[in-house]
Design a protein around this ligand. Sequence first.
Ligand code: SF4
Ligand code: SF4
Length: 75
Amino acid sequence: MSGPCSGPPLSHLQQGKPHPTIDPRCKGCGKCRKNCPMEAITGAAKQVHVIDPEKCINCGACVTNCPFGAIAASK
Ligand code: SF4
Ligand code: SF4
């Protein structure tokens, strides 16, 4: 069955939505990644981690869990 091939469905609703950001102070400890309910955070050990805005629900758990204050809540 064929369908429209331009424009991803729904993703336009998610783009640009508020989400926390991880700054270079990140030590790659993985605590935020392990505590994210959406598995929205990825990163290797000792590397700066990254939040996937598509998965993030902006719950704020990572912000409170980071021992290094490297995650800033969305404005
Ligand atoms: S705000 Fe919540 S959902 Fe988003 S990355 Fe942090 S812990 Fe995960
Ligand atoms: S909890 Fe903080 S220091 Fe640890 S991986 Fe996440 S952002 Fe980096």
